[in-house]
Design a binder for this molecule. Structure first.
Ligand code: HGA
Length: 605
Protein backbone atom coordinates (compact mmCIF):
# COMPACT_ATOMS: atom_id res chain seq x y z
CA UNK A 1 0.00 0.00 0.00
CA UNK A 2 1.06 3.56 0.13
CA UNK A 3 4.65 4.46 0.75
CA UNK A 4 6.51 7.03 2.78
CA UNK A 5 10.00 8.42 2.21
CA UNK A 6 11.60 11.30 4.11
CA UNK A 7 15.10 12.78 3.79
CA UNK A 8 16.97 15.29 5.92
CA UNK A 9 19.79 15.76 3.48
CA UNK A 10 23.04 17.56 2.90
CA UNK A 11 22.20 17.77 -0.81
CA UNK A 12 18.93 18.43 -2.67
CA UNK A 13 16.36 15.75 -1.93
CA UNK A 14 13.54 15.88 -4.52
CA UNK A 15 15.07 13.47 -7.06
CA UNK A 16 16.09 11.06 -4.30
CA UNK A 17 12.64 11.16 -2.80
CA UNK A 18 11.18 10.35 -6.21
CA UNK A 19 13.63 7.45 -6.54
CA UNK A 20 12.52 6.16 -3.12
CA UNK A 21 8.89 6.33 -4.24
CA UNK A 22 9.77 4.33 -7.36
CA UNK A 23 11.05 1.59 -5.12
CA UNK A 24 7.72 1.52 -3.31
CA UNK A 25 5.70 1.53 -6.54
CA UNK A 26 5.21 -2.22 -6.39
CA UNK A 27 2.90 -1.81 -3.40
CA UNK A 28 0.22 -0.23 -5.55
CA UNK A 29 -0.91 3.42 -5.37
CA UNK A 30 -3.08 5.87 -7.22
CA UNK A 31 -1.46 9.29 -6.66
CA UNK A 32 1.79 10.68 -5.33
CA UNK A 33 3.40 13.82 -3.99
CA UNK A 34 6.55 15.41 -2.56
CA UNK A 35 6.97 18.42 -0.29
CA UNK A 36 10.28 20.09 0.59
CA UNK A 37 11.19 23.00 2.81
CA UNK A 38 13.44 25.65 1.26
CA UNK A 39 13.87 29.34 2.02
CA UNK A 40 11.76 28.63 5.11
CA UNK A 41 8.73 27.77 2.96
CA UNK A 42 6.94 24.58 2.00
CA UNK A 43 7.04 23.75 -1.66
CA UNK A 44 4.94 20.87 -2.94
CA UNK A 45 4.20 18.93 -6.14
CA UNK A 46 1.40 16.37 -6.30
CA UNK A 47 -0.16 14.40 -9.13
CA UNK A 48 -2.90 11.81 -9.52
CA UNK A 49 -2.02 8.54 -11.26
CA UNK A 50 1.39 7.04 -11.82
CA UNK A 51 4.73 8.44 -10.70
CA UNK A 52 5.54 9.53 -14.23
CA UNK A 53 2.91 12.27 -13.78
CA UNK A 54 4.69 13.50 -10.66
CA UNK A 55 8.07 13.22 -12.39
CA UNK A 56 6.67 15.32 -15.24
CA UNK A 57 5.56 18.04 -12.81
CA UNK A 58 8.95 17.99 -11.13
CA UNK A 59 10.75 18.36 -14.43
CA UNK A 60 8.52 21.30 -15.44
CA UNK A 61 8.80 22.88 -12.04
CA UNK A 62 11.77 21.53 -10.05
CA UNK A 63 11.63 21.35 -6.31
CA UNK A 64 14.70 22.62 -4.45
CA UNK A 65 15.37 21.94 -0.78
CA UNK A 66 17.54 19.82 1.51
CA UNK A 67 14.65 18.38 3.52
CA UNK A 68 11.45 16.77 2.36
CA UNK A 69 8.82 14.06 2.61
CA UNK A 70 7.20 12.05 -0.15
CA UNK A 71 4.26 9.68 -0.49
CA UNK A 72 2.50 7.26 -2.78
CA UNK A 73 -1.19 7.10 -1.83
CA UNK A 74 -3.62 4.20 -2.13
CA UNK A 75 -6.83 6.06 -1.42
CA UNK A 76 -8.97 4.93 1.49
CA UNK A 77 -10.80 8.20 2.27
CA UNK A 78 -11.57 10.36 -0.75
CA UNK A 79 -10.94 9.83 -4.45
CA UNK A 80 -7.38 9.68 -5.81
CA UNK A 81 -7.35 13.35 -6.84
CA UNK A 82 -4.57 15.92 -6.55
CA UNK A 83 -6.34 17.63 -3.64
CA UNK A 84 -6.48 14.38 -1.69
CA UNK A 85 -2.89 13.40 -2.52
CA UNK A 86 -0.34 13.63 0.27
CA UNK A 87 1.66 15.49 1.58
CA UNK A 88 -1.04 17.54 3.30
CA UNK A 89 -0.15 21.00 4.54
CA UNK A 90 -2.04 22.67 7.37
CA UNK A 91 -0.56 25.85 8.81
CA UNK A 92 3.05 25.17 9.76
CA UNK A 93 2.72 21.40 9.40
CA UNK A 94 3.17 19.03 6.48
CA UNK A 95 2.31 15.38 6.82
CA UNK A 96 2.29 12.05 4.98
CA UNK A 97 0.30 9.13 6.30
CA UNK A 98 -0.07 5.44 5.61
CA UNK A 99 -3.11 3.68 7.09
CA UNK A 100 -6.49 4.74 8.41
CA UNK A 101 -7.44 7.03 11.28
CA UNK A 102 -10.59 5.21 12.37
CA UNK A 103 -11.88 7.99 14.60
CA UNK A 104 -11.28 10.71 12.02
CA UNK A 105 -14.99 11.64 11.82
CA UNK A 106 -15.52 12.82 15.43
CA UNK A 107 -12.08 14.45 15.37
CA UNK A 108 -12.89 16.23 12.12
CA UNK A 109 -16.34 17.35 13.37
CA UNK A 110 -14.77 18.78 16.51
CA UNK A 111 -12.09 20.61 14.52
CA UNK A 112 -14.70 22.04 12.14
CA UNK A 113 -16.75 23.17 15.14
CA UNK A 114 -13.65 25.08 16.28
CA UNK A 115 -13.72 26.88 12.95
CA UNK A 116 -10.96 24.97 11.15
CA UNK A 117 -11.27 24.49 7.41
CA UNK A 118 -10.55 21.25 5.61
CA UNK A 119 -9.08 21.11 2.11
CA UNK A 120 -9.35 17.39 1.38
CA UNK A 121 -11.62 14.41 2.07
CA UNK A 122 -8.85 12.41 3.69
CA UNK A 123 -8.70 11.12 7.23
CA UNK A 124 -5.06 12.22 7.16
CA UNK A 125 -5.84 15.91 7.20
CA UNK A 126 -7.27 15.54 10.69
CA UNK A 127 -3.81 14.61 11.96
CA UNK A 128 -2.27 17.61 10.22
CA UNK A 129 -4.83 19.91 11.89
CA UNK A 130 -4.30 18.38 15.30
CA UNK A 131 -0.53 18.84 15.15
CA UNK A 132 -0.89 22.32 13.66
CA UNK A 133 -3.24 23.27 16.47
CA UNK A 134 -0.68 22.18 19.08
CA UNK A 135 2.03 24.19 17.31
CA UNK A 136 -0.24 27.25 17.12
CA UNK A 137 -0.76 27.05 20.84
CA UNK A 138 3.00 27.18 21.40
CA UNK A 139 4.08 23.53 21.55
CA UNK A 140 7.39 22.65 20.00
CA UNK A 141 7.14 19.95 17.25
CA UNK A 142 8.13 16.91 19.35
CA UNK A 143 5.67 17.79 22.09
CA UNK A 144 2.97 18.51 19.51
CA UNK A 145 3.33 15.07 17.95
CA UNK A 146 3.48 13.35 21.34
CA UNK A 147 0.28 15.13 22.38
CA UNK A 148 -1.61 14.11 19.24
CA UNK A 149 -0.63 10.42 18.91
CA UNK A 150 -2.75 9.16 21.84
CA UNK A 151 -5.83 10.78 20.25
CA UNK A 152 -5.55 8.66 17.08
CA UNK A 153 -7.30 5.29 16.73
CA UNK A 154 -6.57 2.95 13.88
CA UNK A 155 -3.39 2.04 12.08
CA UNK A 156 -0.87 4.47 10.79
CA UNK A 157 2.65 5.37 9.84
CA UNK A 158 3.31 9.11 9.75
CA UNK A 159 6.01 11.42 8.44
CA UNK A 160 5.79 15.00 9.68
CA UNK A 161 7.74 18.24 9.15
CA UNK A 162 7.22 21.68 10.62
CA UNK A 163 8.01 24.76 8.48
CA UNK A 164 9.75 26.61 11.26
CA UNK A 165 11.99 23.59 12.06
CA UNK A 166 13.49 22.62 8.69
CA UNK A 167 16.17 20.50 10.37
CA UNK A 168 13.73 18.11 12.01
CA UNK A 169 11.86 15.13 10.58
CA UNK A 170 9.30 13.34 12.76
CA UNK A 171 7.81 9.89 12.29
CA UNK A 172 5.43 7.57 14.14
CA UNK A 173 4.08 4.08 13.69
CA UNK A 174 1.18 2.04 14.99
CA UNK A 175 0.04 -0.96 12.96
CA UNK A 176 1.88 0.08 9.79
CA UNK A 177 5.62 -0.33 9.21
CA UNK A 178 8.18 2.49 9.34
CA UNK A 179 11.97 2.41 9.32
CA UNK A 180 14.69 4.92 10.08
CA UNK A 181 17.78 5.06 7.87
CA UNK A 182 21.14 6.29 9.16
CA UNK A 183 23.39 8.17 6.71
CA UNK A 184 26.53 10.34 6.79
CA UNK A 185 25.38 13.82 7.77
CA UNK A 186 21.92 12.80 6.56
CA UNK A 187 19.15 10.68 8.00
CA UNK A 188 16.03 9.13 6.50
CA UNK A 189 12.57 7.76 7.09
CA UNK A 190 10.98 5.09 4.91
CA UNK A 191 8.16 2.56 4.72
CA UNK A 192 10.71 -0.18 4.23
CA UNK A 193 14.40 -0.86 3.79
CA UNK A 194 13.95 -1.27 0.03
CA UNK A 195 12.87 2.37 -0.31
CA UNK A 196 16.02 3.53 1.48
CA UNK A 197 18.42 1.02 -0.06
CA UNK A 198 20.30 3.45 -2.38
CA UNK A 199 20.64 5.93 0.50
CA UNK A 200 21.76 3.62 3.28
CA UNK A 201 21.89 0.04 4.46
CA UNK A 202 21.91 1.06 8.14
CA UNK A 203 18.33 0.69 9.27
CA UNK A 204 16.36 0.66 12.52
CA UNK A 205 12.86 -0.80 12.52
CA UNK A 206 10.45 1.16 14.68
CA UNK A 207 8.29 -0.91 17.00
CA UNK A 208 4.56 -0.61 17.62
CA UNK A 209 3.69 2.75 19.18
CA UNK A 210 7.16 4.22 18.60
CA UNK A 211 7.71 7.74 17.38
CA UNK A 212 10.96 9.28 16.25
CA UNK A 213 12.66 12.67 16.04
CA UNK A 214 15.32 12.78 13.33
CA UNK A 215 17.92 15.48 12.68
CA UNK A 216 20.92 15.28 10.35
CA UNK A 217 23.11 14.27 13.28
CA UNK A 218 20.82 12.33 15.57
CA UNK A 219 17.91 9.93 15.81
CA UNK A 220 15.83 9.79 18.99
CA UNK A 221 13.24 7.02 19.26
CA UNK A 222 10.48 7.20 21.89
CA UNK A 223 8.02 4.49 22.88
CA UNK A 224 4.31 5.10 23.36
CA UNK A 225 4.92 6.25 26.95
CA UNK A 226 7.38 8.82 25.56
CA UNK A 227 10.40 7.08 27.07
CA UNK A 228 13.59 7.45 25.06
CA UNK A 229 14.39 3.93 23.78
CA UNK A 230 17.07 2.20 21.71
CA UNK A 231 16.12 0.33 18.54
CA UNK A 232 19.00 -1.68 17.13
CA UNK A 233 20.63 -0.51 13.90
CA UNK A 234 20.87 -3.44 11.53
CA UNK A 235 22.25 -3.94 8.06
CA UNK A 236 19.21 -4.15 5.80
CA UNK A 237 21.00 -6.14 3.11
CA UNK A 238 18.52 -4.58 0.63
CA UNK A 239 20.03 -4.02 -2.78
CA UNK A 240 20.47 -0.44 -3.98
CA UNK A 241 19.84 -1.63 -7.53
CA UNK A 242 16.30 -1.14 -8.73
CA UNK A 243 14.88 -4.62 -9.15
CA UNK A 244 14.34 -4.99 -12.87
CA UNK A 245 12.28 -7.24 -15.09
CA UNK A 246 15.27 -8.83 -16.82
CA UNK A 247 14.14 -10.13 -20.19
CA UNK A 248 10.54 -10.33 -19.12
CA UNK A 249 7.73 -8.07 -20.15
CA UNK A 250 6.26 -7.85 -16.66
CA UNK A 251 7.37 -8.51 -13.09
CA UNK A 252 4.57 -11.05 -12.80
CA UNK A 253 5.94 -13.03 -15.72
CA UNK A 254 9.45 -12.86 -14.28
CA UNK A 255 8.18 -14.04 -10.91
CA UNK A 256 6.26 -16.94 -12.44
CA UNK A 257 9.46 -17.99 -14.17
CA UNK A 258 11.54 -17.64 -11.01
CA UNK A 259 9.50 -20.29 -9.23
CA UNK A 260 11.65 -23.35 -9.86
CA UNK A 261 14.62 -21.47 -8.38
CA UNK A 262 12.94 -19.79 -5.41
CA UNK A 263 10.92 -22.87 -4.47
CA UNK A 264 14.17 -24.88 -4.57
CA UNK A 265 15.79 -22.18 -2.43
CA UNK A 266 12.92 -22.36 0.06
CA UNK A 267 12.90 -26.15 0.15
CA UNK A 268 16.67 -26.21 0.65
CA UNK A 269 16.24 -24.62 4.06
CA UNK A 270 13.75 -27.32 5.12
CA UNK A 271 14.91 -30.53 3.46
CA UNK A 272 17.75 -32.67 4.86
CA UNK A 273 18.10 -35.20 2.02
CA UNK A 274 21.07 -37.01 3.60
CA UNK A 275 18.99 -37.76 6.67
CA UNK A 276 15.78 -38.27 4.62
CA UNK A 277 14.20 -35.67 6.80
CA UNK A 278 12.04 -32.58 6.52
CA UNK A 279 13.24 -30.16 9.20
CA UNK A 280 11.89 -26.98 10.78
CA UNK A 281 13.83 -24.24 12.58
CA UNK A 282 14.31 -24.77 16.32
CA UNK A 283 11.22 -24.02 18.37
CA UNK A 284 10.56 -23.80 22.06
CA UNK A 285 7.27 -25.66 22.05
CA UNK A 286 6.46 -29.29 21.46
CA UNK A 287 4.70 -30.04 18.18
CA UNK A 288 3.46 -33.35 19.55
CA UNK A 289 1.23 -31.47 22.00
CA UNK A 290 -0.65 -29.75 19.15
CA UNK A 291 -4.23 -31.00 19.08
CA UNK A 292 -5.69 -28.56 16.58
CA UNK A 293 -4.49 -26.03 14.06
CA UNK A 294 -6.00 -22.67 13.18
CA UNK A 295 -4.71 -21.06 9.98
CA UNK A 296 -5.43 -17.39 9.34
CA UNK A 297 -4.53 -15.43 6.21
CA UNK A 298 -5.94 -13.20 3.47
CA UNK A 299 -6.40 -13.62 -0.28
CA UNK A 300 -3.97 -15.94 -2.04
CA UNK A 301 -2.29 -16.82 1.26
CA UNK A 302 -5.63 -18.06 2.60
CA UNK A 303 -5.71 -20.61 -0.24
CA UNK A 304 -2.33 -21.87 0.96
CA UNK A 305 -4.05 -22.33 4.30
CA UNK A 306 -6.88 -24.28 2.68
CA UNK A 307 -4.44 -26.57 0.88
CA UNK A 308 -2.58 -26.89 4.19
CA UNK A 309 -5.81 -28.11 5.79
CA UNK A 310 -5.94 -31.04 3.35
CA UNK A 311 -2.29 -31.88 4.00
CA UNK A 312 -2.25 -31.52 7.79
CA UNK A 313 -5.48 -33.45 8.28
CA UNK A 314 -4.42 -36.20 5.92
CA UNK A 315 -0.83 -36.56 7.11
CA UNK A 316 -1.02 -35.67 10.80
CA UNK A 317 -4.73 -36.36 11.52
CA UNK A 318 -4.92 -33.08 13.41
CA UNK A 319 -8.10 -31.04 12.82
CA UNK A 320 -7.55 -27.74 11.02
CA UNK A 321 -9.68 -24.63 10.77
CA UNK A 322 -8.93 -22.00 8.13
CA UNK A 323 -10.19 -18.46 8.45
CA UNK A 324 -9.85 -15.30 6.44
CA UNK A 325 -8.17 -12.85 8.77
CA UNK A 326 -10.74 -10.07 8.40
CA UNK A 327 -13.43 -12.39 9.82
CA UNK A 328 -11.36 -14.23 12.40
CA UNK A 329 -10.88 -11.60 15.06
CA UNK A 330 -14.36 -10.15 15.01
CA UNK A 331 -16.24 -13.41 15.32
CA UNK A 332 -14.61 -14.00 18.70
CA UNK A 333 -13.22 -17.42 17.75
CA UNK A 334 -13.10 -20.30 20.19
CA UNK A 335 -9.41 -20.95 20.82
CA UNK A 336 -8.94 -24.15 22.78
CA UNK A 337 -5.74 -25.16 24.59
CA UNK A 338 -3.05 -26.93 22.55
CA UNK A 339 -3.91 -25.02 19.41
CA UNK A 340 -1.18 -24.06 16.96
CA UNK A 341 -2.07 -20.79 15.23
CA UNK A 342 -0.52 -20.30 11.80
CA UNK A 343 -0.46 -17.00 9.93
CA UNK A 344 0.58 -16.76 6.29
CA UNK A 345 1.62 -13.49 4.65
CA UNK A 346 4.03 -12.43 1.93
CA UNK A 347 4.75 -9.00 3.41
CA UNK A 348 4.29 -9.92 7.06
CA UNK A 349 2.45 -6.61 7.43
CA UNK A 350 -1.07 -7.47 6.20
CA UNK A 351 -3.16 -5.52 8.71
CA UNK A 352 -5.93 -8.09 9.22
CA UNK A 353 -3.52 -11.02 9.55
CA UNK A 354 -1.31 -9.08 11.95
CA UNK A 355 -4.35 -8.27 14.09
CA UNK A 356 -5.37 -11.95 14.00
CA UNK A 357 -1.86 -12.96 15.09
CA UNK A 358 -2.02 -10.58 18.02
CA UNK A 359 -5.47 -11.86 18.92
CA UNK A 360 -4.19 -15.44 19.00
CA UNK A 361 -1.15 -14.51 21.04
CA UNK A 362 -3.19 -12.61 23.58
CA UNK A 363 -5.39 -15.72 23.93
CA UNK A 364 -2.26 -17.74 24.77
CA UNK A 365 -2.09 -19.59 21.46
CA UNK A 366 1.37 -20.64 20.23
CA UNK A 367 1.91 -19.20 16.75
CA UNK A 368 3.91 -19.94 13.64
CA UNK A 369 4.21 -17.63 10.63
CA UNK A 370 4.92 -18.48 7.00
CA UNK A 371 6.33 -15.14 5.92
CA UNK A 372 8.46 -13.78 3.09
CA UNK A 373 9.82 -10.60 4.69
CA UNK A 374 11.96 -11.64 7.68
CA UNK A 375 12.10 -8.12 9.14
CA UNK A 376 8.32 -7.62 9.07
CA UNK A 377 6.08 -7.12 12.09
CA UNK A 378 4.64 -10.63 11.89
CA UNK A 379 8.07 -12.22 11.51
CA UNK A 380 9.13 -10.50 14.69
CA UNK A 381 6.00 -11.40 16.66
CA UNK A 382 5.40 -15.09 15.87
CA UNK A 383 6.76 -17.79 18.18
CA UNK A 384 8.09 -19.77 15.23
CA UNK A 385 9.16 -18.04 12.02
CA UNK A 386 8.97 -20.28 8.96
CA UNK A 387 10.55 -18.14 6.26
CA UNK A 388 9.86 -18.43 2.56
CA UNK A 389 12.77 -17.46 0.35
CA UNK A 390 10.85 -16.07 -2.59
CA UNK A 391 12.86 -12.81 -2.73
CA UNK A 392 11.07 -9.49 -3.27
CA UNK A 393 7.76 -10.00 -5.05
CA UNK A 394 6.96 -6.89 -7.07
CA UNK A 395 3.93 -7.92 -9.14
CA UNK A 396 0.82 -7.13 -7.12
CA UNK A 397 -0.70 -10.53 -8.00
CA UNK A 398 1.14 -13.06 -5.86
CA UNK A 399 2.75 -15.97 -7.70
CA UNK A 400 6.13 -17.09 -6.39
CA UNK A 401 5.21 -16.18 -2.82
CA UNK A 402 2.20 -18.53 -3.13
CA UNK A 403 4.21 -21.57 -4.22
CA UNK A 404 6.97 -20.90 -1.69
CA UNK A 405 4.32 -20.69 1.03
CA UNK A 406 2.97 -24.04 -0.16
CA UNK A 407 6.46 -25.55 0.04
CA UNK A 408 6.79 -24.40 3.66
CA UNK A 409 3.27 -25.57 4.48
CA UNK A 410 4.20 -29.04 3.18
CA UNK A 411 7.27 -29.01 5.45
CA UNK A 412 5.15 -28.00 8.43
CA UNK A 413 2.51 -30.66 7.73
CA UNK A 414 5.22 -33.30 7.50
CA UNK A 415 6.76 -32.25 10.81
CA UNK A 416 3.39 -32.24 12.53
CA UNK A 417 2.72 -35.71 11.17
CA UNK A 418 6.07 -36.97 12.50
CA UNK A 419 5.48 -35.35 15.89
CA UNK A 420 2.09 -37.08 16.07
CA UNK A 421 3.69 -40.43 15.21
CA UNK A 422 1.76 -40.60 11.95
CA UNK A 423 4.44 -40.09 9.35
CA UNK A 424 5.25 -43.04 7.18
CA UNK A 425 7.84 -42.88 4.44
CA UNK A 426 9.50 -39.56 5.20
CA UNK A 427 12.20 -40.37 2.66
CA UNK A 428 9.49 -40.54 0.02
CA UNK A 429 8.10 -37.14 1.07
CA UNK A 430 11.61 -35.68 0.78
CA UNK A 431 11.97 -37.23 -2.69
CA UNK A 432 8.62 -35.85 -3.85
CA UNK A 433 9.41 -32.37 -2.60
CA UNK A 434 12.82 -32.46 -4.26
CA UNK A 435 11.09 -33.08 -7.57
CA UNK A 436 9.02 -29.89 -7.38
CA UNK A 437 11.48 -27.48 -9.08
CA UNK A 438 11.98 -29.79 -12.06
CA UNK A 439 8.24 -30.45 -12.38
CA UNK A 440 7.60 -26.69 -12.25
CA UNK A 441 10.11 -26.16 -15.06
CA UNK A 442 8.25 -28.72 -17.12
CA UNK A 443 4.98 -26.93 -16.37
CA UNK A 444 6.55 -23.67 -17.56
CA UNK A 445 7.43 -25.27 -20.89
CA UNK A 446 3.70 -25.04 -21.80
CA UNK A 447 3.80 -21.27 -21.74
CA UNK A 448 3.43 -20.83 -25.52
CA UNK A 449 0.34 -23.09 -25.67
CA UNK A 450 -1.26 -21.18 -22.85
CA UNK A 451 -0.45 -17.88 -24.54
CA UNK A 452 -2.07 -19.18 -27.72
CA UNK A 453 -5.34 -20.08 -25.98
CA UNK A 454 -5.53 -16.87 -23.92
CA UNK A 455 -7.39 -14.74 -26.53
CA UNK A 456 -10.30 -17.22 -26.37
CA UNK A 457 -10.61 -16.72 -22.62
CA UNK A 458 -10.00 -12.98 -22.84
CA UNK A 459 -13.35 -12.42 -24.59
CA UNK A 460 -15.33 -14.21 -21.86
CA UNK A 461 -17.45 -12.29 -19.38
CA UNK A 462 -17.37 -15.05 -16.76
CA UNK A 463 -14.97 -17.92 -16.18
CA UNK A 464 -15.42 -20.85 -13.80
CA UNK A 465 -12.61 -22.88 -12.25
CA UNK A 466 -13.21 -26.36 -10.83
CA UNK A 467 -11.03 -28.56 -8.64
CA UNK A 468 -11.38 -31.24 -5.99
CA UNK A 469 -9.35 -31.93 -2.87
CA UNK A 470 -6.23 -29.72 -2.69
CA UNK A 471 -7.00 -28.59 -6.24
CA UNK A 472 -10.20 -26.93 -5.00
CA UNK A 473 -8.32 -24.07 -3.28
CA UNK A 474 -6.19 -23.91 -6.41
CA UNK A 475 -9.39 -23.34 -8.40
CA UNK A 476 -10.16 -20.46 -6.02
CA UNK A 477 -6.66 -19.12 -6.58
CA UNK A 478 -7.02 -19.41 -10.36
CA UNK A 479 -10.25 -17.43 -10.28
CA UNK A 480 -8.74 -14.81 -7.97
CA UNK A 481 -5.67 -14.42 -10.18
CA UNK A 482 -7.82 -13.95 -13.28
CA UNK A 483 -10.08 -11.41 -11.55
CA UNK A 484 -7.16 -9.46 -10.12
CA UNK A 485 -5.29 -8.83 -13.31
CA UNK A 486 -7.72 -9.27 -16.22
CA UNK A 487 -10.85 -7.87 -14.50
CA UNK A 488 -12.87 -10.80 -15.86
CA UNK A 489 -15.42 -12.14 -13.42
CA UNK A 490 -14.28 -15.59 -12.30
CA UNK A 491 -15.34 -18.05 -9.61
CA UNK A 492 -13.64 -21.12 -8.23
CA UNK A 493 -15.73 -24.07 -7.09
CA UNK A 494 -15.25 -27.46 -5.57
CA UNK A 495 -16.16 -29.66 -8.55
CA UNK A 496 -18.94 -31.40 -6.67
CA UNK A 497 -20.57 -28.10 -5.75
CA UNK A 498 -21.14 -27.08 -9.34
CA UNK A 499 -24.52 -28.66 -9.66
CA UNK A 500 -25.68 -26.93 -6.48
CA UNK A 501 -25.81 -23.58 -8.20
CA UNK A 502 -23.11 -22.43 -10.57
CA UNK A 503 -24.15 -24.87 -13.31
CA UNK A 504 -26.99 -22.41 -13.95
CA UNK A 505 -24.37 -20.04 -15.36
CA UNK A 506 -23.02 -22.51 -17.87
CA UNK A 507 -23.49 -21.92 -21.57
CA UNK A 508 -21.18 -22.00 -24.56
CA UNK A 509 -19.80 -18.56 -23.69
CA UNK A 510 -18.44 -19.65 -20.29
CA UNK A 511 -14.98 -21.19 -20.21
CA UNK A 512 -14.59 -23.84 -17.52
CA UNK A 513 -11.03 -24.40 -16.32
CA UNK A 514 -10.78 -27.86 -14.79
CA UNK A 515 -7.75 -28.58 -12.61
CA UNK A 516 -7.61 -32.34 -12.26
CA UNK A 517 -4.47 -34.44 -11.87
CA UNK A 518 -5.18 -38.13 -12.40
CA UNK A 519 -5.69 -40.03 -9.14
CA UNK A 520 -8.46 -41.24 -6.89
CA UNK A 521 -10.57 -38.07 -7.26
CA UNK A 522 -10.15 -37.80 -11.02
CA UNK A 523 -13.22 -39.75 -12.18
CA UNK A 524 -15.52 -37.76 -9.96
CA UNK A 525 -14.15 -34.45 -11.22
CA UNK A 526 -14.48 -35.67 -14.80
CA UNK A 527 -18.13 -36.52 -14.20
CA UNK A 528 -18.71 -32.94 -13.01
CA UNK A 529 -16.84 -31.65 -16.03
CA UNK A 530 -18.98 -33.74 -18.36
CA UNK A 531 -22.17 -32.50 -16.73
CA UNK A 532 -21.01 -29.01 -17.63
CA UNK A 533 -19.92 -30.02 -21.14
CA UNK A 534 -23.37 -31.49 -21.75
CA UNK A 535 -24.63 -27.92 -21.23
CA UNK A 536 -22.19 -26.39 -23.67
CA UNK A 537 -19.30 -25.49 -21.32
CA UNK A 538 -16.01 -24.74 -23.07
CA UNK A 539 -13.59 -26.83 -21.04
CA UNK A 540 -9.87 -26.25 -20.63
CA UNK A 541 -8.54 -29.36 -18.92
CA UNK A 542 -5.32 -29.10 -16.94
CA UNK A 543 -4.20 -32.64 -16.16
CA UNK A 544 -1.41 -35.14 -16.76
CA UNK A 545 -0.96 -37.46 -19.76
CA UNK A 546 -3.19 -40.14 -18.27
CA UNK A 547 -5.95 -37.69 -17.37
CA UNK A 548 -5.90 -36.00 -20.75
CA UNK A 549 -5.96 -39.34 -22.58
CA UNK A 550 -8.97 -40.33 -20.53
CA UNK A 551 -11.02 -37.13 -20.57
CA UNK A 552 -9.47 -34.52 -22.83
CA UNK A 553 -11.33 -35.41 -26.00
CA UNK A 554 -14.07 -32.80 -25.94
CA UNK A 555 -12.10 -30.03 -24.28
CA UNK A 556 -11.43 -26.84 -26.28
CA UNK A 557 -7.87 -27.06 -24.97
CA UNK A 558 -5.75 -29.25 -22.72
CA UNK A 559 -2.60 -28.38 -20.80
CA UNK A 560 -0.47 -31.38 -19.97
CA UNK A 561 1.35 -31.37 -16.65
CA UNK A 562 4.07 -33.84 -15.70
CA UNK A 563 2.81 -36.81 -13.73
CA UNK A 564 3.44 -35.97 -10.07
CA UNK A 565 2.60 -37.24 -6.61
CA UNK A 566 -0.63 -35.79 -5.21
CA UNK A 567 1.29 -34.00 -2.42
CA UNK A 568 3.17 -31.78 -4.83
CA UNK A 569 0.44 -31.38 -7.46
CA UNK A 570 -0.82 -28.00 -6.14
CA UNK A 571 2.67 -26.50 -6.50
CA UNK A 572 3.05 -27.73 -10.05
CA UNK A 573 -0.51 -27.01 -11.22
CA UNK A 574 -0.23 -23.47 -9.85
CA UNK A 575 2.07 -22.66 -12.78
CA UNK A 576 -0.44 -23.07 -15.67
CA UNK A 577 -3.12 -21.39 -13.56
CA UNK A 578 -0.87 -18.34 -13.12
CA UNK A 579 0.25 -18.33 -16.75
CA UNK A 580 -3.33 -18.45 -17.96
CA UNK A 581 -4.31 -15.41 -15.89
CA UNK A 582 -1.15 -13.63 -17.03
CA UNK A 583 -1.67 -14.19 -20.74
CA UNK A 584 -5.37 -13.37 -20.59
CA UNK A 585 -4.51 -10.07 -18.90
CA UNK A 586 -1.85 -9.33 -21.51
CA UNK A 587 -4.35 -10.15 -24.26
CA UNK A 588 -6.79 -7.72 -22.64
CA UNK A 589 -4.11 -5.05 -22.30
CA UNK A 590 -4.56 -4.42 -18.58
CA UNK A 591 -1.86 -3.15 -16.22
CA UNK A 592 -0.58 -6.59 -15.20
CA UNK A 593 1.87 -5.58 -12.48
CA UNK A 594 -0.23 -2.85 -10.90
CA UNK A 595 -3.84 -3.77 -11.53
CA UNK A 596 -6.42 -1.09 -10.84
CA UNK A 597 -7.56 -0.62 -7.25
CA UNK A 598 -5.20 -3.25 -5.83
CA UNK A 599 -2.32 -2.81 -3.43
CA UNK A 600 0.51 -5.18 -2.61
CA UNK A 601 1.12 -4.92 1.09
CA UNK A 602 -2.38 -4.41 2.48
CA UNK A 603 -1.68 -2.40 5.61
CA UNK A 604 -5.25 -1.25 6.24
CA UNK A 605 -8.10 -3.39 7.58
N1 HGA B 1 -6.11 7.05 4.64
C1 HGA B 1 -5.18 7.83 3.88
C2 HGA B 1 -3.92 7.05 3.55
C3 HGA B 1 -4.21 5.89 2.67
C4 HGA B 1 -3.24 4.73 2.81
O1 HGA B 1 -2.65 4.45 3.81
N2 HGA B 1 -3.09 3.92 1.79
O2 HGA B 1 -2.30 2.77 1.90
C5 HGA B 1 -5.83 8.37 2.62
O3 HGA B 1 -6.87 7.90 2.17
O4 HGA B 1 -5.28 9.33 2.09
Amino acid sequence: MCGIVGILGSEPVAERLLDGLKRLEYRGYDSAGICTIHDDQFDRRRAPGKLKNLAQRLSENPLPGLAGIAHTRWATHGAPTEDNAHPHIVGEVVIVHNGIIENFKPLRDALIAEGREFYSQTDTEVVAHLIAREIESGAEPRAALAAVLPKLHGAFALGVMVRTHPDLLLGARLGAPLTVGYGEGENYLGSDALALAPLTQRIAYLEEGDWVAITRESVEVYDRENNLVERPIVNSGASGQLIDKGNHRHFMQKEIYEQPVVVAQTLRSYLRPLESRVALPDMDFDLSSVERVVIVACGTASYVGMIGKYWVEQLARVPVEVDVASEFRYRDPVLLPNTLGIVISQSGETADTLAALRHMRSAGVVTAGIINVPTSSMAREVDLLLPTHAGPEIGVASTKAFTCQLAVMAALATNLARAKGRLEGEADVVRQLQQVPEAMSQALSHDAEIEAMAPKIAVARDVLYLGRGPEYPLALEGALKLKEISYIHAEGYASGEMKHGPIALIDDQVPLIVIAPSGPLFDKTVSNMQEAQARGAQVVLISDAEGIAQAGENAIATIEMPTVHSLIAPLVYAVPVQLLAYHVAVAKGTDVDQPRNLAKSVTVE
